[in-house]
Write a protein that binds this ligand. Structure first.
Ligand code: MOS
Length: 723
């Protein structure tokens, strides 16, 4: 089904199940430990052995010799695989560095061998006995010193509208400030883990991955296999945040280890290896210049960003939101990429906007103060209803002003201390901060198969994943609504490359796109049912487990006969070119900063979100409060510390890389604007999972400024920067 024009109405609009805050249908399985995550796939195949990674202790260089004899002789060892005996190891479409290195080493903790043994302990012990000689090369590891050598990349040439330099030179109020965001790690709860099993030349990998079709293609490509001979299964995923968008070394090491050992092999990356072996969000340096009239109206805005990556690595597109968020006639954006030999930089939750808004939304706070305007009013004053770089292109929907006003009222913004460092409660300085939330709404083709059996049970199959977000539940709600059956008559099967290819879980596109794919398949199934029973399609209703037309009504199971199965995918027309589709919000934060130690505590947070129709307010709220919590980490604690001599992230575990938890934030509130976006899809929904993160860190930093009078432009805002 091609989605080409704004939807008027459709069966979803009934909203008898969609839009309700129903509990997760997989919740009990997860909380009781019965949902098998990749490393817990004990029963799918017998005789499982264990793999353990050997990771390079240098960032750049060449392997000169392997010494494997001692490790091979260790108890329980079944096989050791390195680049010398692994067979084909290509670079996948979605990776930059090889997932098994050698002889060339491209980054610290790149995998160089896998040891397979009968037990996990034996594999780990033997991995410690592997000796490898290296020739070490000098790498480049410091973004600040490589900034001058950075270049505009083919990915993005930058944008320019009007005459920025001229307008900035004449502006009544100006800001020219530079901000930095550090390298960050996804730090998901479940480590990267896989179980691989061969049957002849057919490989099955049970793994933890957000994007089944990408994983399927890249496992095949990396190992030089036909895609038909590879199956990927990923029914449950303990978080990804972008770290599991792409195949990582666990899947490849398990596969080559299993082939060498002649047994299924299970392998999880140890936490201390994940931070350097996996991907991370690259650090940025961002220069922002804003010029306004006396009134506070923006006349000139420029955003430049620098980040580093491996050769052939990608940009962190931190200027993305600045192209769309505020009005202003004269504007420019530019990104430059430096070569660094650090581990691979890649997508982390809201790539682009998350670090981009960390900088932009402090800058807006600063220029508003310079112009003598309240920061909420400043944002409202500079709202735009069209893409400011292409004024012929309206937003499909943009209630940004409403998000700001509603948030300010609900949060009690009027009570904000007017001057920084002016409110004290005991030993604490109290402050409030605000920031805009913005994230684009992306559309990816998404397919599904829907079956109806003779008992009236509906089964949905799609390779969509549930990374903790609630995909199982909203897909069940969608199918139940479309076919008029209760939720418990719907069986949802996800995360298998044998199912139709979906959008997958990423870029906050999963919910809207995957349910739209299920919608398309359900439409086809409805037509099949109508044909079968011979009703006139004009007045047919699917309701309470029956298909009805006028006074005739037939139970769905009966209508299905031997059973029906239909498959379809949602594809997108060019509405995306006619309209700019984005999601909007506001974040409000109150902090207490210890006047003696400089330690910041979050007292309360509020997010107001506009993201089209909310398919399930309970799972959507969970997405947003989780994202807000993550944003507090970005503001206060998260930073991969780079060893600029040896080229690795020093704090490579959850003791050294700190992320906040629920107990760190006593009060979080989420408000969804009651809106639908008919342009976005037949579901009229948009993404919410990343919007909740975008802007949070700046709202915290702005609150800290309001509390203390100290403006910190380098994240994270740790206590040493306040004292
Ligand atoms: Mo998100 S970084 O696209 O998982």
């Amino acid at each position: 089904m091609k989605f080409e024009k704004p939807a008027s109405s459709n069966p979803i609009d009934k909203m008898s199940i969609v839009g309700k805050p129903v509990n997760r249908i997989d919740g009990a399985l997860k909380t009781s430990g019965l949902a098998p995550y990749a490393f817990e796939q004990h029963d799918v195949v017998g005789n499982q052995a264990y793999g353990y990674i050997v990771a390079a202790p240098i960032a750049k260089g060449t392997i000169t010799a392997y010494h494997l004899e001692t490790a091979k002789a260790a108890p329980g060892v079944l096989a050791i695989v390195t680049a010398e005996n692994a067979g084909t190891i290509e670079v996948g479409d979605f990776n930059t560095a090889k997932l098994l290195g050698g002889p060339k080493i491209e980054h610290y903790h790149q995998a160089v061998a896998v040891v397979v043994a009968d037990t996990f302990e034996q594999a780990r012990h033997a991995a410690g006995l592997v000796r490898i000689d290296y020739n070490q090369d000098q790498g480049k590891f410091d973004l600040a010193s490589e900034k001058g050598a950075a270049k505009v990349s083919d990915e993005d040439e930058g944008t320019a509208v009007g005459d920025f330099d001229g307008a900035f030179a004449q502006a009544a109020v100006t800001l020219d400030a530079t901000y930095t965001t550090p390298d960050q790690s996804h730090a998901m709860m479940e480590p990267h883990a896989s179980l691989a099993a061969w049957e002849g030349d057919k490989l099955t990998v049970w793994t933890s991955n957000q994007m089944i079709a990408w994983a399927h293609g890249d496992i095949a490509k990396t190992l030089g296999l036909d895609k038909e001979n590879v199956r990927v299964v990923s029914p449950y995923i303990g978080g990804g945040f972008g770290g599991k968008l792409f195949v990582r070394s666990d899947a490849i090491l398990a596969a080559i280890g299993a082939r060498a050992a002649g047994r299924p092999v299970k392998l999880a990356l140890p936490r201390p290896v994940i931070f350097n072996n996996g991907t991370h969000r690259p650090a940025t340096i961002q220069r922002i210049r804003i010029g306004t009239e006396k009134s506070g109206k923006i006349t000139a805005i420029a955003h430049e960003s620098w980040n580093g990556n491996l050769e052939d690595g990608s940009l962190e597109t931190a200027v993305q939101q600045t192209r769309l968020l505020y009005a202003g006639e004269n504007r420019m954006t530019m990104m430059k990429l430096a070569h660094l030999d650090l581990p691979e930089g890649n997508a982390m939750r809201a790539p682009g906007e998350a670090p981009g808004l960390m900088a932009l939304e402090i800058a807006i706070d600063e220029i508003a103060e310079k112009a003598g305007i309240d920061p909420v009013e400043f944002r409202i004053l500079n709202d735009t209803q069209v893409d400011p770089e292409n004024p012929d292109r309206p937003f499909s929907q943009r209630p940004f002003v409403e998000c700001m006003r509603k948030g300010a009222e609900r949060f009690g913004w009027n009570d904000r201390p007017r001057t920084p460092a002016s409110r004290r409660e005991g030993r604490h300085l109290i402050g409030m901060g605000v920031a805009a939330a913005f994230r684009n709404n992306l559309l990816l083709k998404s397919g599904a198969r829907v079956k109806l059996d003779s008992k009236g049970v509906v089964t949905v199959e799609t390779d969509m994943t549930d990374i903790g977000t609630g995909s199982y539940t909203i897909i069940a709600q969608t199918a139940a609504e479309m076919l008029g059956v209760p939720l418990d008559q719907v069986d949802v099967r996800l995360g298998d490359s044998r199912f139709p290819v979906s959008a997958g879980s990423g870029g906050q596109f999963g919910a809207n796109c995957s349910t739209s794919g299920v919608y398309a398949a359900c439409m086809k199934l409805r037509e099949a049912v109508i044909r079968k029973v011979g009703f006139n399609s004009d007045d047919v209703v699917f309701e309470n487990g029956v298909v009805r037309s006028g006074s005739r009504s037939i139970p769905l199971g009966e209508a299905a006969g031997e059973g029906l199965s239909e498959e379809d995918a949602i594809e997108w027309g060019d509405l995306d070119e006619t309209y700019q589709q984005s999601t909007f919000g506001s974040h409000f934060v109150e902090v207490a900063v210890d006047a003696f130690t400089g330690e910041t505590r979050i007292r309360r947070m509020l997010a107001v979100c506009s993201a089209g129709r909310i398919l399930n307010p309970k799972t959507a709220r969970s997405q947003v409060i989780g994202a807000m919590t993550m944003g507090v980490g970005g503001a206060l604690t998260e930073e991969l510390a780079v060893d600029t001599n040896r080229g690795f992230f020093v704090n490579h575990d959850l003791a050294g890389y700190e992320v906040p938890v629920h107990a760190d934030i006593p009060r979080q509130e989420v408000i969804f604007l009651d809106d639908v976006d008919p342009v976005s899809s037949p579901m009229k929904a948009k993404g919410i999972g990343e919007l909740g993160l975008c802007g949070v860190a700046a709202a915290v930093a702005n609150a800290i400024y309001n509390a203390t009078g100290v403006r910190v432009r380098d994240y994270p805002v740790t206590l040493d920067k306040l004292i």
